[in-house]
Write a protein that binds this ligand. Sequence first.
Ligand code: CU
Length: 486
Amino acid sequence: MKLKTTNLNLGILLLSAGMLLLSSCADSQKKEKEPINSQEIKVEGEMVAELTAPPYVPKPTKDRKATKLRVDMEILELEGELVDGVQYMFWTFDGTVPGSFIRAKLGDEIEFHLKNHPDNKLPHNIDLHAVTGPGGGAESSFVAPGQEKAFSFKALHPGLFVYHCAVAPVGMHIANGMYGLILVEPEEGLEPVDKEYYIMQGDFYTEGSYGERGMQEFSMEKAINEMADYVLFNGNVNSMTGDNALTAEVGETVRLFVGNGGPNLVSSFHAIGEIFDKVHVEGADLINHNVQTTLIPAGGAAIIEFEVNVPGTITLVDHSIFRAFNKGALAMLNVKGEENHDIFEGEIYEGIYLPEGSSIQKMPTPKTKKATVQASSLEERIAFGKDVYSRTCTACHQANGQGVPAAFPPLANSDYLNADVERAIEAVLFGMSGEITVNGEVYNSVMTSQGLNDEETANVLTYVYNNWGNDAQEITPEMVNEIRNR
Ligand code: CU
């Protein structure tokens, strides 16, 4: 919060400062900071900004003085993937979604150079929410392909700010990935932490539905109706899962710079199995403590800090939860280190509880969806199946098929799968629940029907059967169809 100094409250400040001297030092951290007139901060020297691609951030500014900071960014229109097998034409700042992270200091004079690559098709610009001035710089940075422009602004407010393209149709430029974050650190810098990461949510609208293979065009109609097919962290379903997961060690403090590019949806940002020690609400000065879920508006951000205390995987999600498990808004933070049984003890009891008898949970069988691209060989079926697996199965059974102890059975080296192919097909088609034994371990959880069509079901099972020590079999769409219509 900014202080507007008047003689009256300056007097109160002095008075309370006097009282503080008499009170215990525990109160000292509550002392209001001297108001800073950031317009009067003088800059010293000049430097070129370090820029980083997500999920990384540049080095802290620590105690460096405000300076003349040069930022160079290049706009690239690039083909990439929303998830394996689904291509999309992204419009980007510096070739990534979100664009490069910029780390500045209060009072910096930022000379911003924006270049539009000559191979691009469209004009673009940049509106930084950290700018005090017309359009956040948009008007001064409008560049056609093959053009470069520069403008300059003074960072008058500390905080974490979104930047985005603001060329009409603005929604379309943002929906295609044109956003990122700029951090303006306060004069004293942020407190040091062990790990810092950069995460930005965005919603995507494609002509095909979620997971439909091939090159997908942007759907203006779905975007206007706010019917997102994908809700993603860092522009890809698997940007931070499996081998790409974020990492930390027990005892470390993690700081997440989280933004929301939108264009439409608000994020209910949550970490499964963790409580946020501190949240800089809306990326500003107000700090909230002990937060379970923080709301990040479209075009807004939050700085989130927490210590990790026990090993395991912390799953970061948008708690509008279908977005996490069905549209991609899910990331993983793998924490390694010593168990701490005082903080968390795993399953300590298991028994039978059947007040109403057991019943198999069956989801309504979906009408067979229109066919996807047909696999023409076993190799292709395995490759297509890997894509289905990564967007449908990874959250529970894990990227390496190892499952989660006491919760989700392994698919790797699975005696349960290898013993009965038809049972496996039924499980994917109709879901299953109740007690099963896999590799000698008992599991009692619920798997819902995944709503896959025959081709997708055949592909994903073939992928699973041809990996991780399972007994290589090909499941065909015909086999699936026969069981579906039994
Ligand atoms: Cu643009």
